[in-house]
Design a binder for this molecule. Structure first.
Ligand SMILES: [Zn+2]
Ligand SMILES: [Zn+2]
Length: 330
């Protein structure tokens, strides 16, 4: 691994340099050495992983709109050597590989990611599902575990059908398969309430209001050292507000108040019914008072991205940040 760490990935390097050239990323931020390729195997988390504080890594902060600097929405919570993903938008797995090396988080290596929770089944939140489940499936300790609203089973069955071609090819070849069943995804349909309890980690789902898309869920994660709420896609939600009261971190989607007013009236109505404007979010945060409000899945409609921060700060005096891909919290 030491040797690998001294090699710079040309492809990735080019990508990261492109980000710098366009002035979107802080200059030296990507001056890190990444291995070009490496196979991470691990039976159990190391002592260091078990002792590390809970961390949150933004694997994607974008929307359905293709964006050179933002992968589709995906948030990873890393706790005691396991990574729990919330949504898996396009590009999230690629960013997980970068984050694995950039922050030395072994559990973010794709075939070591144990679990994914889907807030709803809009494609911008699920595009990397098969990437996540199938990347080096034959090296997985166990198949990916997935939770999602009604419909998750259909996606898993369809995905399985598509990838059985690959499974057959590899199974019939001479390739050694560490886990011949590693491609199988264990899917569960979400009902509001506690989804997973492991040691001192609790993951809970609650319904939010994403317009005509029902059900849609937000998530609350509590560990021994951190509490956080993830909105998924939602209009202003009283349920979310209650769950978010006093949490350390509130990750919330947002649409620009100024931007949405530029849209034709019919489209404005659709956006307002299914997403939260910056003004509404400021009101919600003012009541919930999270330690830090983190904006992601921002729809700006042509307005400069930072304007949502100004719009929120106009009426909210708490801490607020606009997340970029690969940001880490706290
Ligand atoms: Zn979305
Ligand atoms: Zn959506």
């Amino acid at each position: 691994m030491k040797l690998l760490n001294t090699l710079i990935s040309s492809a990735l390097g080019a990508l990261l340099l492109a980000g710098n050239a366009a002035g979107q990323s802080a200059g030296d931020e990507f001056a890190i050495v990444l291995p070009s390729a490496g196979i991470d195997l691990r039976d159990a988390p190391s002592e260091a992983e078990l002792l590390a504080p809970t961390r949150v890594v933004m694997l994607g902060t974008g929307t359905p709109i293709p964006d050179a600097f933002r992968a589709g929405p995906s948030i990873a919570v890393i706790h005691k050597g396991e990574s729990y993903l919330f949504d898996a938008g396009a590009g999230a797995v690629r960013n997980a590989v970068v984050a694995r090396y950039k922050y030395d988080i072994p559990s973010l290596y794709p075939s070591l990611i144990c679990c994914v929770f889907f807030s709803h089944l809009h494609s911008d939140h699920t595009m990397d599902f098969s990437e996540l489940a199938l990347t080096m499936w034959w090296e997985r300790n166990a198949g990916l575990r997935a939770w999602g609203p009604e419909g998750i089973g259909r996606i898993v069955n369809g995905m399985r059908e598509v990838h059985l071609v690959d499974v057959d090819i590899r199974t019939e070849s001479l390739q050694p398969l560490r886990n011949p069943d590693g491609f199988e995804v264990a899917a569960r349909t979400i009902e509001p309430g506690i989804l997973l309890e492991k040691d001192d980690l609790v993951i809970e789902a609650f319904t939010v209001d994403h317009g005509a898309i029902r059900p849609a869920f937000g998530f609350k994660v509590t560990t021994d050292d951190l509490s956080l709420v993830i909105s998924g896609d939602t209009a202003y939600s009283e349920t979310l507000l209650e769950k978010a009261r006093g949490v350390d971190l509130l990750f919330h989607e947002v649409i620009s108040e100024e931007g949405v007013l530029r849209l034709p009236p019919g489209f404005q109505r659709i956006q307002n019914n299914s997403h939260t404007t910056s003004r509404e979010l400021a009101r919600l945060a003012d009541i919930a008072r999270p330690g830090l409000l983190v904006l992601y899945h921002g729809l700006f409609f042509g307005v400069e991205e930072g304007s949502v921060l100004d719009e929120i700060r106009a009426t909210y005096d708490g801490e607020v940040a606009l997340a970029d891909d690969l940001d880490v919290f706290p």
